[in-house]
Ligand binder design. Structure first.
Ligand SMILES: Cc1cc2nc3c(=O)[nH]c(=O)nc-3n(C[C@H](O)[C@H](O)[C@H](O)COP(=O)(O)O)c2cc1C
Length: 405
C-alpha cells in the first residue's frame, strides 16, 4: 500500500533530526509530561522509525509542525548553537542529569560523559549510547585513538541520534593515557587528524575536538597552533579548549583541573589567529556575567562543575543568550517534571540513587538547600525509593516555600 511520504521535505534525513527541531521549541503544545516534552496528541517519532509506515494523519500533523517551525534547523546540524555548552563529565553528565538540565534550558548544548570506543564496541551499546529524545541537542564524547574504531563508534552515535561527535583529547587520567587516548594525543596531532578524517567520512553530523592548551613540556603557543592547524586541516572546525595545560605525570585529574593556571588570554589569541575556527572556551566559568563577557572574544563557552553544583544556573541562559521569550521554568516545575521522569525510569529498573544524584544541587543558593541535599542523600542510600517520599518531606516543602517567596 502506498503511504504518504514526507516528500515535501526531501532533505529530511532521519526521524531524530525532525524530533530535534520540534523538541528544541517549547510552546503550548510542548510541555514537560512524564515522557518528556510532548504530552500533546502528537506522539513524537522514535529514532529509526520507518517514515513510510506512518498513518496519513500522523504525516499531516508532522507537516503542520514542520510548517510551523521550519525544517532548516534540523538539517543544518553543523549550525548547532554552541554559545553555551555543558561539559562532558564522567559520572556526572549521564542521560538522567542531561534530562534534568534540559528541563531547565531548552537551548544549551549538552555533552555526554566520555565513552571509550571499547565500551561501545564490546559492551552493551544501549547502556552507553541510549538517551531520551528530550535531551536534544546532545553531543556524544568518544575516547579512543584508533581511527577505525572511532569511525565505527561515530557511526553508531549518529544512528542513535546524537547531534555531534566529540573526540576527547584532554583527559589527563593515567588509565586513559595507558589506553593511548585523552590528553596524551596532543603530542600526536597526525593521529588525531587521521581519527577526525575517519570519523568525518563515517558520519554527517559534526565532528569536534575537546582539548587542552598543551601537555607536559609540549606547551608552547606555537605547538598548540600546530596541533590545531593539523587537526583542522582534517576537517574539524570546532575546538573546545580547556584553558589550561595538563601535567600527565604527577598531577591527578582533579589537580589537573585546578593547579595549572587558567590562560583565557591564549584561547582568545587562538581565536584571533585562527578566526575561521569555532573556538569554545572552557574552564573556571561560574557565572553568566563572566560567560557573557567571554562570549565577546570566542564563539562559545562550556561550563562543567558549576552546572553540576548549581544546575539552575542555566535557567537564564535561554532568555539571555538564545532569544527566548518564554520565562524559565521554576525550580518546582523542573522538580515536578523530573520526579515524573524518575517514576518512569525507576519502574524500568534504574537505581534511585543514580536518578536522584543530579537533583542534589537544584536548590543551591536558596534557603533549605542543605536540608534538601541531606535529605536526598539519606533517601538515596535508604529504603524509600518512590516519588512520594521526596515530595512529602519537610526539606522539599521548605525549599519549595522559600523559593516561592
Ligand atoms: C567529575 C568530572 C568528570 C569529568 N569528565 C570529563 C570527561 O569525561 N571528558 C572531558 O572531556 N572532560 C571531563 N571533565 C572535564 C570537564 O569537561 C571540564 O573540562 C573541566 O571540569 C573544566 O571546566 P569547569 O571549570 O567549567 O568545570 C570532567 C570534569 C569533572 C569535574
Amino acid at each position: 500500500m502506498d503511504r504518504p511520504a514526507l516528500t515535501l521535505y526531501p532533505n529530511l534525513r532521519t526521524v531524530d533530526c525532525l524530533a530535534t527541531t520540534l523538541l528544541s521549541r517549547s510552546d503550548s503544545e510542548g510541555c514537560h509530561g512524564d515522557t518528556g516534552y510532548f504530552s500533546y496528541p502528537f506522539s513524537i517519532p522514535r529514532y529509526g522509525e520507518n517514515v513510510q509506515n506512518w498513518s496519513e494523519n500522523r504525516v499531516k500533523i508532522i507537516r503542520v509542525k514542520i510548517d510551523k517551525y521550519g525544517i532548516t534547523a534540523c538539517n543544518s546540524l553543523s549550525t548547532l548553537d554552541r554559545r553555551v555548552c555543558v561539559a562532558p563529565m564522567m559520572d556526572r553528565t549521564d542521560r538522567h542529569c542531561r534530562y534534568l538540565l534540559r528541563l531547565i534550558s531548552h537551548h544549551v548544548l549538552l555533552y555526554s560523559e566520555m565513552i571509550p570506543t571499547g565500551a561501545i564496541l564490546r559492551g552493551d551499546r544501549d547502556r552507553y549510547l541510549a538517551f531520551h529524545y528530550a535531551e536534544h541537542p546532545v553531543a556524544v564524547q568518544l575516547g579512543g585513538s584508533d581511527p577505525q574504531a572511532l569511525a565505527r563508534c561515530a557511526q553508531l552515535a549518529q544512528e542513535y541520534g546524537y547531534d555531534e561527535v566529540n573526540l576527547n583529547v584532554g583527559c589527563p587520567s593515567e588509565r586513559v593515557g595507558e589506553g593511548g587516548f585523552g590528553a596524551c594525543l596532543m603530542a600526536e596531532p597526525q593521529r588525531v587528524a587521521a581519527a577526525v578524517t575517519a570519523m568525518r567520512e563515517a558520519v554527517d553530523i559534526p565532528v569536534t575536538v575537546k582539548t587542552r592548551l598543551g601537555v607536559d613540556d609540549r606547551d608552547s603557543y606555537e605547538e598548540l597552533l600546530e596541533f590545531l592547524q593539523i587537526v583542522s586541516s582534517a576537517g574539524c572546525h570546532t575546538f573546545i579548549l580547556h584553558a589550561r595545560k595538563a601535567w600527565l605525570k604527577g598531577l591527578s585529574p582533579r589537580e589537573n583541573r585546578e593547579i595549572p593556571p587558567l590562560r583565557y588570554d591564549l584561547v582568545h589569541r587562538v581565536k584571533r589567529d585562527m578566526p575561521a575556527l569555532q573556538i569554545i572556551l572552557n574552564g573556571g566559568i561560574t557565572r553568566l556575567d563572566e560567560l557573557e563577557a567571554q562570549l565577546s572574544k570566542v564563539d562559545g563557552i562550556m561550563i562543567g562543575r558549576e552546572v553540576y553544583r548549581n544546575p539552575y544556573l542555566l535557567a537564564d541562559v535561554d532568555r539571555r543568550f538564545c532569544g527566548s521569550t518564554t520565562p524559565a521554568a521554576s525550580r518546582e516545575a523542573v522538580l515536578e517534571a523530573y520526579l515524573a521522569y524518575m517514576d518512569g525510569q525507576s519502574r524500568s529498573g534504574v537505581p534511585f540513587r543514580r536518578l536522584a544524584h543530579p537533583l542534589l544541587g537544584l536548590y543551591q543558593g536558596v534557603t533549605g538547600a542543605r536540608r534538601w541535599r541531606r535529605h536526598l542523600s539519606e533517601y538515596a542510600s535508604g529504603f524509600r525509593t518512590d516519588r512520594e517520599s521526596i515530595g512529602t518531606v519537610p526539606a522539599y516543602r521548605a525549599a519549595k516555600e522559600s523559593s516561592a517567596n
